[in-house]
Design a protein around this ligand. Sequence first.
Ligand code: PLP
Length: 429
Amino acid sequence: MSLRYRRSEQMLERALRVIPLGSQTFSKSITALPFGVSPYFVQRAKGSRLWDVDGNEYIDFVNGLACVTLGYCDSNVDDAVRRQLDCGVTFSLPHQLETEVAELLVEMVPCAEKVRFAKNGTDATSGAIRVARACTGRERVAVCGYHGWQDWYIGSTSRHLGVPTAVKALTHPFRYNDIASLQRILDDHPGEFAAVILEPMTSEYPRDGFLQQVQESARRHGAVLVFDETITGFRFGPGGAQQEFGVIPDLATFGKGIANGYPLSALVGLARHMDAVEQVFFSGTFGGETLSLAAAKAVLTKLRTEPVIETLKTRGQTILDGVGGIISDAGVDRIIAISGHPSWSFLHFRDAAGFSRWQIKTFFLQEVFRRGIYTLGTHNLSYAHTDQDVEALLACYRQVFPLIGEAVDDGSLDDRLECQPLVPLFTPR
Ligand SMILES: Cc1ncc(COP(=O)(O)O)c(C=O)c1O
C-alpha cells in the first residue's frame, strides 16, 4: 500500500467488492490509473484544482474527461442550478428551459435548426445514427474516432464483447485524414451507407480539405454526415469545430462541456433530418431535466459574453509551444510528441529502446501525479486554468521528461517504476 494514496487504495479495495473496476467510467478506473502510484477517489474540486481523498492537491488537466470547460464550481453555473433546484428538477410536463436552451443552440451552432436533448454523448450519437438510418432506409455506418458505448459503435473496436455479430458487420471504421479509407468502404457497399460519423478533429488538424472531402463523399453516396462534437463543441469555438473549420454537417452531437459537468447532451441538425425524430423513438425520462438545462443556459451565455474560447486557445497554445520546447531540450523527441488543438492537446508516447509506450506512459503518470499534476496524457483546458497553472504544468514536464529520457537510455525504466505497467488499453483515437 502506498503512503501517498493510502485512503484512495483502501477505498478502491472496498469499491471493487461492489463496483466492476471500482468506477463507473473506464478512464477513471484501474485500467487507466496504475495501481500504487495513482489517486482513485476525489474529495472535492474548485476552479482548476482537485483534491483526492488523501488530501493531495492537483492542477487538473483532465477536467472530468473534458466536460468541465469553465472550471469546477463555476459560480454562474452553480447559482443557476441552485435557483432551479428550488423550483424542481424533473417534472410531469416540459419546462421552458428546454426551448430556451434549444434556441441558444440554434443561434450558436451552424447546422442546428432543431434540437433533441439527452444525457450522455452516447445517447446523442446513437440518436443520430438511428435518425440517419430512418432518413435513408439504409443500415451501414462509417465511423472515425470514439462515439460511445452502444453496440452500433463499440462493436467496431477491440472492446466489442457482448455485441451481436450482425450489428458489428454494419459498422465500418475509417482513418482520419485518409479520405481513401472512407472512399473504399463507401465504394465497396454502394447505396448501403446511412451515415458517416466522425469527430471533426482529435489529435491531428484536418489536412488537404479532409473534412470537405468527407462531406462530398457522404453526399455523393447519399449518406447523412454527422459530426460528433461531444468534445470539440463549445471548446473549439462557440459553434463547435464545424464553425471553426467551415464544414457544416447534416447532424451534430454535443455533450461534455455543454453544461460544465452536469449531465446533458444534444443531437442537433437540419430540420429535414431532425423532423424524423417525431417518428423515430428517441425519448427519455430525464431528457428535459432542468438542473442540467439551467447549467447549459449559464454555460452558453458565458461563452457568448466572456472570452472563454479565446482564453482556452491562448493558454493551450502556451502549452503546445512550451511542451514542444521541453521535448527538444530534453532530447526525448523519439519518445514523446505533442499534437492537437490548443484547447485539447495530446502527448504521444512511443516504444523506445525495448520499452513499450505503455511502460513509458505508466512512468510518466507516476511522476506527474506525485508532482501534483493530474493528466492522463491530454491537456483538457478549462477557463479556470491560470497562466500560473500552465507554468506549473511546464515546470513539472521540465523535471519529468529528462527523467523519462534517462530511464529509457540507461535501461532503468522498469526499476524506476513503483507499480505494474498499464496493460495496453483500448485506444479508439
Ligand atoms: C467524441 C465522443 N463521442 C461520444 C462520447 C460518449 O459520450 P458519453 O461518455 O457521455 O456517453 C465521448 C466520450 O468520451 C466522446 O469523446
